[in-house]
Design a protein. Structure first.
Lengths: 371, 422
């Protein structure tokens, strides 16, 4: 249900068709081993213009809103697309926009919109926390002339950190946290892939040893920037989660219709029916929460931050629930490596904890409500 | 918004400005004002009567000004506009302080009116439809029976033809507003040799006819919001039959489909107000539990679900306004609503501690007992949780039906409670 907005259905259909063709399960499994397919990224950028979909036209984007981006992300989540899209078009792009630095936006966003730049945002360190207080990486003014800075520290859980052309790093300055642009090939930067629970979303650990960085926005403004980015990122992730949860439900329903035991389709048993209905209820709630949050963002509504936190909580629960119940509906086959159910389970758990997990996001909702 | 809708909205505002006052959003302060948290109507009988009169008066005022039956056909007193106009009117009226007309509208105007319109004979439509929508009469629904709850099509109240009339014999239960109603829509068995769905006929019963005996039923909250209705030799003229003989199940589906549009929506009133985030936070502050980590987590889980349910309803309303017909997935809202209110009542119990097992007289504490004791009903009324889940699984997810004998065998051969198959 898209409020009867047909253009959103058209967008969804186009992305779904593209992903059915370019990101079937076989392609996902290849990408899990060898990384994303650059040819698909290229087509996403040039044919569908997806990386720039929600970026302002001034910076080479198409100027749509989070409502449209949300639809795209639901489909990507459903297909478990292995792609630098989330890190680039959501995290990095939103960080640049939230930093209020026109020059930096002009420098970096057109490359992101065109699909020429793969970018990411490096915030968390070994604790995994996205709170500014948890950041130890330091930025110091580089010696000698010029506006440059030197960054030293360790970042962890950096999405696509091994392949990014542009790494946006949040580091401490004497005035507080701030955002810095670091070239993916800069001297002193070492990226190591981490062994990830969810191999469809590669994570890396970065070691920075006096790496040259360029300040984006204002020193000490990193905390405010991060809070704003997280609101949008939570909705974006919630969209992926809602899409993934919906796909788990579809897999379960399909299996329940066709798997026979005791001489009947297992879907005739109420134990299975009720499981599927419970999944449906959570999926419907998650979708509504994600889509409504996106709509409120585009209306610049005051209730957007509350809606964003709500969407992420509901989608996290819906996805984890649906991914686990999907395995249960499938029984033994669902526990095999060859069956895709575990890929969704992995993505669900990883998405739930990516920004710190329930302990953090539940308090975020209460904070956004002023409680 | 199209021009005609804009003009309609302007007229609605003009009408409401002239006949009602704008609702004032009073700022909430702990310890001040009403602390009732009641799902069921907890008013004493005399207050209920006063409110019922006010509701009927307001419905008449609406009707006389063209807002009583916005989407109804003009030949029966409607305005001939669309459901979209109706939604627009409702959302505008919500900004005003007007009597709650739920007693008239939820069942009578929302479900039985559309059923009479679709299946009633001409004289019945001419007579009852204007009376219903003008607020002169109230209608109730005589569906459930002691032996037919989830399995409504297993109903046993008989209707036997007798000289151009029908004679009804049986018992209905869980009838809301039976005492206030002038007419009731009854489902009766007219052929015990047909399969259960194919031997039912629907009738409109005059609630003041001899043989109709309404007895209040006391529910577990202590109040009486439902009734038992005994039908003993009740004579119903054949022109009060809705639909063809033995085609009553189709008629009932019309009624129940219209129920889907009403049940499960945000039910405003004292419960919705009490569950507002600031109210729950105030309760925790007052009880010194606002810093309790475990309760904070529970609060957040609860609020996220309540907020998301609100989003689900808002989106459904917006889709309906755009002309999208709600499908069976709307049942999710009902399921979630029951779960949320149940979780809320138990969460608040934990916050209150012993203050909900005995009344200390403190404002805003024991008042929650009314909601707590109502929550078991939410998982039963309007379709049990289990039946709703079957519907979602079968209609939305297309899972196959459970194989059974009861859709094909003659009704009289079906095993019943206390009467095993012979």
């Amino acid at each position: 249900m898209n409020d009867g907005r047909e253009e959103l259905d058209d967008l969804r259909e186009a992305v779904r068709e593209f992903l059915a063709d370019k990101s079937p399960e076989t392609a996902v499994r290849v990408a899990m081993e060898t990384g994303h397919d650059p040819a698909v990224w290229d087509q996403m950028a040039r044919q569908l213009r997806l990386p720039g979909l929600a970026l302002p036209a001034d910076y080479g984007g198409d100027g749509f809103g989070l409502t449209e981006l949300e639809v795209v992300l639901e489909e990507m989540g459903a297909a478990l697309l292995c792609s630098p899209f989330f890190g680039t078009a959501v995290l990095a792009a939103q960080a640049l926009l939230a930093a209020n630095d026109k020059a930096a936006c002009e420098r970096y966003l057109p490359g992101i919109a065109a699909g020429d730049t793969i970018a990411t945002l490096a915030v968390a360190e070994s604790s995994g926390s996205w709170e500014p207080a948890g950041i130890a990486t330091r930025a110091e003014r580089a010696k000698g002339e010029g506006p440059g800075w030197a960054l030293t520290g360790k970042k962890s859980f950096v999405i696509d950190g091994s392949i990014a052309d542009l790494v946006l790093v949040v580091a401490q300055t004497p005035a507080g946290p701030a955002l810095f642009a670091v070239d993916g090939g800069a001297p002193g930067l070492r990226a190591e892939p981490m062994t990830a629970l969810d191999p469809t979303r590669p994570l890396a650990a970065l070691a920075l040893d006096g790496v040259p960085g360029e300040l984006i926005g204002v020193e000490g403004e990193g905390g405010r920037m991060l809070s704003q980015v997280l609101d949008v990122a939570c909705v974006a992730l919630a969209a992926e989660q809602a899409g993934g949860a919906r796909r788990c439900l579809e897999m379960s329903a399909e299996y329940a219709r066709t798997r026979f035991q005791f001489g009947r389709a297992i879907g005739t048993f109420q134990a299975i029916k009720h499981k599927c209905a419970d999944m449906l209820a959570r999926v419907e709630l998650a979708e509504a929460a994600a889509r409504e949050a996106a709509r409120l963002a585009d209306e610049a509504a005051a209730e957007f931050p509350v809606a964003a936190a709500t969407a992420y909580i509901c989608s996290s629960r819906a996805y984890m629930f649906a991914a686990a119940e999907n395995i249960q509906v499938h029984g033994g086959i669902g526990f095999t490596w060859e069956h895709p159910a575990h890929l969704y389970f992995r993505r669900a758990k990883s998405s739930e904890l990516l920004f710190g997990g329930p302990a953090v996001y539940h308090e975020r909702l209460l904070a956004r409500l002023g409680i | 918004m199209p021009d005609d809708v804009r003009e309609f909205a302007r007229q609605a505002r003009e009408f409401l400005d002239a006949n009602a006052t704008r609702a004032e959003q009073a700022e909430f302060r702990w310890g001040q004002g009403e602390d009732t948290v009641a799902y069921f109507n907890a008013d004493p009988p005399d207050v209920k009567d006063v409110k019922l009169h006010a509701a009927k008066d307001w419905q008449r005022t609406r009707y006389e000004n063209g807002f009583g039956w916005i989407s109804g056909p003009p030949e029966y007193g409607g305005q001939g506009l669309t459901p979209v106009h109706e939604l627009i009117y409702n959302s505008i009226e919500a900004e005003y302080d007007v009597p709650d007309t739920g007693t008239l509208s939820v069942i009578g105007l929302g479900m039985i009116g559309p059923t009479i319109l679709a299946h009633g004979q001409q004289a019945i439509k001419d007579h009852y439809l204007p009376a219903l929508y003008r607020g002169d009469i109230i209608a109730c629904q005589l569906f459930s029976e002691p032996g037919a709850g989830s399995d409504l099509a297993g109903l046993q109240t008989r209707a036997v033809p007798d000289g151009g009339e029908w004679v009804l014999e049986g018992q209905k239960v869980w009838t809301s507003i039976a005492r206030q109603s002038q007419i009731g829509m009854a489902l009766c068995r007219t052929d015990v040799n047909a399969p259960k769905h194919k031997g039912i006929t629907a009738f409109l019963v005059d609630m003041s006819a001899p043989g109709v005996d309404v007895r209040p039923l006391r529910q577990m909250t202590g109040g009486s919001d439902f009734n038992e209705v005994f039908l003993t030799g009740v004579r119903v003229p054949d022109d009060h039959r809705l639909g063809e003989v033995n085609a009553g199940w189709r008629v009932a589906l019309t009624t129940l489909m219209n129920e889907r549009a009403t049940v499960g929506g945000e039910r405003g009133g004292t419960v919705a107000e009490a569950l507002a985030p600031e109210r729950l936070a105030a309760l925790m502050r007052a009880t010194g539990t606002l810093d309790d980590g475990a309760l904070r987590r529970d609060l957040s889980v609860l609020l996220a679900d309540l907020l998301a349910a609100g989003h689900l309803n808002r989106r459904a309303v917006r889709a309906m306004r755009a002309g999208v017909t709600p499908g069976p997935e709307r049942s999710v809202a009902k399921l979630v609503h029951a779960q949320n209110l149940t979780r809320a009542a138990h969460f608040v119990s934990e916050v209150l501690g012993p203050r909900i097992i005995a009344d200390t007289g403190e404002w805003g504490t024991y008042a929650w007992a009314e909601l707590l004791l109502a929550t078991p009903a939410l998982r039963i009324l309007g379709g049990t949780e289990e039946v709703m889940k079957n519907i979602l699984a079968e209609r939305v997810l297309k899972l196959p039906k459970e194989p059974g004998i009861d859709n094909t065998s003659p009704f009289r051969e079906l095993p019943r409670s206390g009467k095993a198959a012979s």
